[in-house]
Design a protein around this ligand. Structure first.
Ligand code: SF4
Length: 329
């Protein structure tokens, strides 16, 4: 591990002054960054700890919630307004990690966690364009069971590891960031990137910017929402496929729906094609499977992950069936 110095920022101004210099990184709960440092995947001369910055969850004037970037995952999952108005978010967080990790991990850090592609972490023996740009991608011809089927590139087929972010994508969250030019807002759909030719860049966040909050807009149908995660073992593991969905019915027809998938792409995948296919139609298993098929029509599968489109379809159908029948426990 490369030696580094540590400083705990007292406010956003100090964090930005110290944390945006070359070779410096912001530290939230450290549940991913410390691993990256220990494994020699990341190298930083200094860490600026931003976990002590304001960690509040406040109502917005418009009826949504403003969540401070330093809010711990546990606090967010247990917040009454989140559990009652955005249950998919609470369930995604609870599916995401052990209680110990949730107690440490912050909202801002969750957005910035990096892929768990095993070749990315294998600094001794594997080529990885995300870790060492231009070196190649050993996952493409290697064991690629956990890798992407949507939006991947020749350079990288990694998936985004977060569960929480899948729910935030479905909820149209907005990321508030602070930088030298002041505060700006980034729509959640634009925050994480597809890999293209530059997979080393996970997000559109500038190095001179700090996430200060995540805003949940009001979304009435999110009251009837949930999150389902399919993984290789019942204990904590990253998603093979996950689904965040909210559903509003009008009789037996779908009035409105929000869907996002995890485990299938380099970013949380907002399923706009599936949503469009479902609005106004009669709810039913075949309609749900057809919507998933529309979303995954352009999927590009690899040797070990060809099961993902079908698995995603079945997971979506099960989730929407439960939401349509009011059975989301
Ligand atoms: Fe690296 Fe991406 Fe290839 Fe994994 S899939 S080895 S992260 S370039």
């Amino acid at each position: 591990m490369t030696p580094f110095t540590y400083h705990r920022a007292v406010d956003v101004d100090e964090a930005l002054r110290l944390g945006t210099a070359p070779g410096v990184a912001f530290l939230g709960g450290g549940t991913n960054l410390v691993d990256l440092l220990r494994e020699n995947v990341a190298h930083h001369a200094q860490l600026v700890d931003v976990s002590g910055l304001p960690a509040t969850i406040e109502e917005t004037e418009g009826g949504g919630l403003m969540i401070g970037a330093a809010v711990r995952n546990t606090a967010l999952a247990e917040h009454r307004a989140v559990r009652t108005r955005y249950p998919m978010l609470a369930r995604a967080i609870l599916a995401g990690a052990s209680a110990q990790i949730r107690n440490m991990a912050t909202v801002g850090g969750n957005l910035l966690q990096r892929t768990r592609c095993t070749y990315f972490y294998d600094t001794e023996g594997s080529r990885c364009n995300k870790r060492a740009p231009g070196s190649g991608c050993d996952a493409r011809e290697g064991f690629n069971r956990i890798h992407a089927v949507l939006g991947a590139s020749e350079a990288c087929i990694a998936t985004h590891p977060s569960d929480m972010c899948v729910a935030l994508a479905a909820l149209d969250a907005v990321v508030h960031v602070s930088g030298p030019g002041g505060v700006r807002q980034i729509a959640f759909a634009d925050f994480h990137r597809l890999p293209g030719a530059t997979p080393e860049q996970d997000t559109t966040l500038g190095h001179d910017e700090l996430i200060v909050a995540v805003e949940l807009p009001p979304l009435g149908l999110a009251v009837n929402s949930t999150y389902r995660k399919v993984r290789d073992r019942a204990s904590y593991a990253f998603a093979l496929v996950s689904v965040a969905a909210a559903l509003e019915m009008d009789g037996d027809r779908i009035a409105d729906v929000r869907i996002a998938f995890g485990g299938v792409a380099h970013k949380p995948w907002r399923a706009t094609k599936a949503e469009a296919a479902l609005r106004g139609v009669q709810a039913g298993e075949q309609a749900f499977l057809d919507a998933a098929a529309a979303e995954f029509a352009d999927a590009q599968v690899l040797r070990d992950n060809a099961f993902k489109p079908a698995l995603a379809g079945r997971a979506l159908a099960a989730v929407l069936q439960a939401l349509a029948q009011g059975e989301t426990a």
